[in-house]
Design a binder for this molecule. Sequence first.
Ligand SMILES: *Cc1c(COP(=O)(O)O)cnc(C)c1O
Length: 394
Amino acid sequence: MSATTSSTPPAPVPPGLPACAQVDLSAISSNVSALKSRAGDAEVMAVVKADAYGHGLVPSARAALRGGATWLGVAQLPEAVELRRAGVVAPLLSWLHVPGQDFTEALELGIDLGVSTTWALDQVMAAATATGRTARVHLKVDTGLGRNGAWDDDLAALLSTLAGAQAEGSVEVVGLFSHFAYADAPQHPTVRAQQERFEGIIEQAARAGVEPQVRHLANSAATLTNPSAHYDLVRPGVSVYGLSPVPDLGAPEDFGLREAMRLVSRLSSVKDSPAGQGVSYGHVYTTAEPTKLGLVPMGYSDGVPRHATSVGPVQVGDRRYVVAGRVCMDQFVLDLGADSPALAGDEVVLFGVGAQGEPTAQDWAAAIDTINYEIVTRVGARVPRVHVGGEGAA
Ligand SMILES: *Cc1c(COP(=O)(O)O)cnc(C)c1O
């Protein structure tokens, strides 16, 4: 047990549960404080969208605030509303909307709104009129990502409407922000180009009479690798949960980060099998010799990717295995070996911090050719999040 990589000892899966995602809130707090030291004078907005990247929205957000985050960021308005309803009072930004969305509740709850389209600004202004409140807006600009954000004529139109709305008091332009296409490749020429464009737009906004208090551009990768992109506020997400945004450049510990999530199950059964037995749907795996087959009660509905068939790494006791045969909806199988001491009820660790030889979320990402973000965010709703290591821990 290594004290440097884990301050909260792994807890067993609660009795009777097929699986759980144990979330170490003290890791989230300490990751945020590591990010805060990296960020220098910039404040930290911890991004807690998508149920805090699968870690549980409210407890994770509170842990991030304890670690020194002064802002929280989410994609969708319902996520922001849930935080406010839970009593979270920190500045909170939501940035991805659809036409028809009613912003009156957001204004009543003091939620800042990212705005990148004229329809959204119209609806925000309508909500300001309806509630008599000043809408707090962050203008989202596209500096080259080619995704969400205003550019060209739309940007010019938004700036002029914002300047007018600000003058009459219905809107306060709190922020101006953008997002990188290649932050995980810090040397990529688009990184510098996007920053130059961002600075150009800051000047364009000032000429239009819009001077936001906070300019923000950096996600996790830029927070960790590109100080020139920090501006007034950084928006780390994946690194808050202890995952490296740039696995080719550094492991979590290289950045002072520690994985917060440990995904654990238990063997549902262990049975003797003859040689030559096909395993699971389609028999894509066949036992080579007499062996023991262990059944793990987690499947793709729990976020174990079906692509993990034959490659997903797990640990049982002190042994490492890969998934034997197809991952099914609710279960998958391990070929434990004839000499395995494993018994039904023994723990199966899918991923954790790696300090006891268990795989990490990054190992899963590498095994199925995806990114660590997808591994943790896709842990299914059926898997209870068990919070340890902090206030709000179960
Ligand atoms: C998700 C997201 C982030 C956080 O990105 P990470 O790579 O997880 O740090 C920051 N800003 C925006 C706009 C996002 O959508």
